[in-house]
Design a protein around this ligand. Structure first.
Ligand code: APR
Length: 280
């Protein structure tokens, strides 16, 4: 007899068939990777979009190269440019987008296995994604320390420095180092738990990648860890990484918000999603 065909081997993989596998309970462990593109609609420019991205707008700061603004070696002697743009990067009291809310809805339906975010704005958590389901791979604004002696620094003084665009300095007079938020700069290592969490990608039965150019390792490597045969959905303005190389890839090129609304329509979750977003 013909060997039992691998489940779904003959099924075309597209948004509809992935949605039906979620609805009939065959997909229950969604792993998500988000990047700056999921927060542009919330008012935080991304980094690499031509002209609107941050890296195209740093000329007045006379940096040696755009990414220097987030490099620890540059920050250690010239922290001023980082604080010149901190306010624009800092979430302040921004409302999460419907794309952030879509992740919270996945969690509410016990379908969210884990979210890796490259963003430091914390909007996934603000939208309602449980903290134990999020890894801020590049850190976030929730705390800050002196880059040199690692001494802590008060939140209220940090908020004032961000608001005024002024560099905060270490409170230890003998140190005098500049204080930086606990954001992972280029030249620094990612949180230790990144390695152990990476294994969660192997357990995924769906990978959802949203709003990232997949240009910065090690997050850019996560989609490649997904087991062969597991569907990978990209919701992004442009194709990126190795998306499109696998027959189970679904590339939804366009805005994150349009993409999640289309996905929610396929799932029959649209009203629930809009209501959850309005209530956020
Ligand atoms: N909808 C869908 N895609 C979007 C949207 C949107 N509304 N806005 C932007 N994009 C896409 C862009 O086309 C681009 O492919 O999102 C991607 C954003 O890419 P980047 O600006 O490179 O941001 P990201 O991938 O998160 O950068 C990774 O680089 O500078 C470092 O540490 C920083 O975490 C950041 C890392």
């Amino acid at each position: 007899t013909k060997p039992q065909a691998m489940a779904h081997a003959d099924e075309v993989v597209n948004l509809e068939t992935v949605a039906s596998r979620i609805k009939n309970g065959q997909i229950t462990r969604v792993v998500v990777l988000t990047g700056a593109g999921i927060s542009t609609a919330a008012g935080i420019p991304d980094f690499r979009s031509p002209s609107t991205g941050l890296y195209d707008r740093l000329a007045p700061l006379n940096l040696p190269y755009p990414e220097a603004i987030f490099h620890i070696s540059y920050f250690s002697h010239t922290p001023e440019p980082f604080y010149a743009i901190a306010q624009a990067r800092h979430p302040g009291n921004l409302k999460p987008t419907i794309s952030h809310t879509f992740l919270a809805l996945l969690a509410e339906k016990n379908l969210l296995h884990f979210v890796f975010t490259q963003n430091i704005d914390g909007l996934e958590q603000d939208a309602g994604v449980p903290v134990d389901k999020i890894l801020w791979a590049h850190g976030n604004w929730k705390s800050q320390h002196c880059w040199k002696c690692k001494a802590g620094y008060p939140d209220d003084l940090m908020k004032k420095a961000i608001r005024e665009g002024e560099v905060p300095y270490c409170l230890k007079p003998e140190c005098g180092g500049a204080v930086k938020p606990d954001v992972v700069f280029f030249g620094q290592s990612l949180p230790l738990e990144f390695d152990e969490r990476e294994k969660l990608v192997l357990e995924a039965d769906l990978m959802l990648v949203m709003g990232t150019s997949l240009k910065v390792a090690p997050c850019s490597r996560l989609p490649r860890l997904v087991k062969e045969g597991t569907p990978r959905i990209l919701i992004n303005m442009e194709r990126c990484g190795d998306f499109g190389n696998r027959i189970e890839d679904v590339c939804m090129l366009g805005s994150c918000d349009d993409g999640v609304r289309k996905f929610a329509d396929e799932l029959g979750w649209r009203e629930e999603l809009e209501a959850l977003w309005q209530s956020a």
